[in-house]
Design a protein around this ligand. Structure first.
Ligand SMILES: [Zn+2]
Length: 329
C-alpha cells in the first residue's frame, strides 16, 4: 500500500486483486461503500456502518482523515529509518568535514567506522562488554535501542587549521559550514585542531536545551573520529560516544550527574585506572565507575552507559522530549 499526502487531502492507494490503485477521498469512499452495500454480499458490516457514521458526522470524517495523515507520516518516517520496526530510534547523522590538509580530510571509511562504534556503544554489543566489572554489570544499560545512520558527508576545504570551540565552524558566514536541519539531524563537524586555554579540546557538544538551534550538534578534532586514528590512547571512536552522550543530555560522571546508578566520584579519570578504584565522597568510600563513557579515561577503558543514563537519553529522544525531531516529524 502506498500513500501520499497533498495538503490536507489524503490520497491513498487501495490495492485491488489486479493491483490497480485508486485515489481515495471522502467522496469516492462514499461511492465505493455504496457499491459494497448494494452487492448484498458484504460479509462484514464494519465498512457499511462506518460509512453511515462518516456521512452523518463530519467531525468523525475529519478525525479519520487526521488519523490517516498521522499514519502516513509515521510510515514515511519509518521508510527514512527514523523509527524502526522494533521501536528503535535511528538518528540520522550528517558529518561536516572542514579540512585543511589530507589527514584532516577524514576518510569515508573512518566516518563509517564512527557510526559503527556509536551503534555498538549504544547497543552494548562490542567486545569490551565482557570487561565490565561484575559489580557494575547489573546497571549496564544494555541495548538502548538508540541507533545511528549516516545520512550524509559534507566536505569543505579551508586554509584555517585551528578552530576555537566557539561555534565558528558551524556557519558559512564565519568560514565554517551551516548545519543540515539540526532539529532532524545530528550534525557532527570535524576540524583539524581546537586549541583552548593552554591546551586543546578533543570535542564538544551542545545539550538538549539547544535542540534545533543553528549551532546544535557535536564538534570533533579529526584525530578522534572513528576507529583507527593516530592517537593510540584515543583511537576507538569513543570520544564521539562521550560527546553524543552530552548531546542526549548526559553529564560528566563526576559531580552531580542526576543519575543514581553511577557511584559518586570526586574526579574525572585519565589514563587506565586499576579496578577497583575507591574514592571517598561525603565520608563514604565507593568503588568508582571510571569505565563509564562519561568519564575521561583512555578509550580502551571506556565501555559502558548505565540504565539510568539510558533513561535520561530516552527522555531526550522521546516523542515529547527536546530531541523528538530526531525520531518523528
Ligand atoms: Zn564531556
Amino acid at each position: 500500500m502506498k500513500k501520499a499526502i497533498l495538503g490536507v487531502v489524503i490520497t491513498l492507494f487501495i490495492s485491488c486483486n489486479n493491483n490497480e490503485t485508486e485515489n481515495v477521498t471522502p467522496e469516492n469512499t462514499n461511492a465505493e461503500q455504496a457499491d459494497i452495500a448494494n452487492s448484498k454480499a458484504a460479509l462484514c458490516g464494519s465498512d457499511i456502518l462506518r460509512q453511515k457514521r462518516l456521512a452523518e458526522d463530519p467531525a468523525a470524517m475529519q478525525r479519520m482523515l487526521q488519523i490517516e495523515n498521522q499514519t502516513n507520516n509515521f510510515i514515511e518516517q519509518k521508510k527514512m529509518g527514523k523509527v524502526l520496526a522494533d521501536g528503535s530510534v535511528e538518528i540520522p547523522v550528517i558529518f561536516n568535514v572542514l579540512y585543511s590538509n589530507a589527514t584532516s580530510n577524514v576518510s569515508d571509511a573512518r566516518i563509517n567506522s564512527q557510526i559503527d562504534v556509536l551503534n555498538k556503544a549504544f547497543a552494548s554489543s562490542h567486545a569490551d562488554v565482557s570487561s565490565i566489572p561484575a559489580e557494575f554489570k547489573p546497571v549496564n544499560a544494555g541495548d538502548t535501542k538508540i541507533k545511528f545512520r549516516l545520512a550524509g558527508i559534507n566536505r569543505k576545504s579551508t586554509t584555517k587549521a585551528n578552530w576555537a570551540p566557539d561555534d565558528k565552524m558551524k556557519s558559512t558566514s564565519t568560514g565554517g559550514m551551516n548545519a543540515t536541519d539540526p532539529s532532524k539531524y545530528l550534525n557532527i563537524w570535524v576540524v583539524n585542531y581546537m586549541p583552548y586555554s593552554t591546551g586543546y579540546v578533543l570535542g564538544y557538544a551542545t545539550f538538549p536545551e539547544d535542540a534545533g538551534l543553528w549551532n546544535d550538534g557535536v564538534v570533533m578534532m579529526d584525530e578522534y573520529v572513528g576507529a583507527g586514528g593516530p592517537i593510540a590512547t584515543h583511537n576507538k571512536g569513543r570520544v564521539t560516544v562521550h560527546e553524543v552522550g552530552h548531546y542526549l543530555n548526559l553529564r560528566h560522571i563526576c559531580g552531580n550527574d542526576f543519575v543514581n546508578d553511577t557511584p559518586q566520584q570526586v574526579t574525572l579519570h585519565r589514563g587506565v585506572p586499576t579496578y577497583p578504584k575507591y574514592e571517598t565522597c561525603g565520608g563514604v568510600s565507593r568503588s568508582v565507575m571510571f569505565m563509564n563513557y562519561m568519564d575521561y579515561s583512555d578509550e580502551t577503558t571506556l565501555f559502558m552507559f548505565t540504565k539510568q543514563q539510558n533513561d535520561r537519553m530516552q527522555a531526550a529522544i522521546s516523542a515529547s522530549g527536546p530531541r523528538a525531531g530526531l525520531r518523528i516529524l
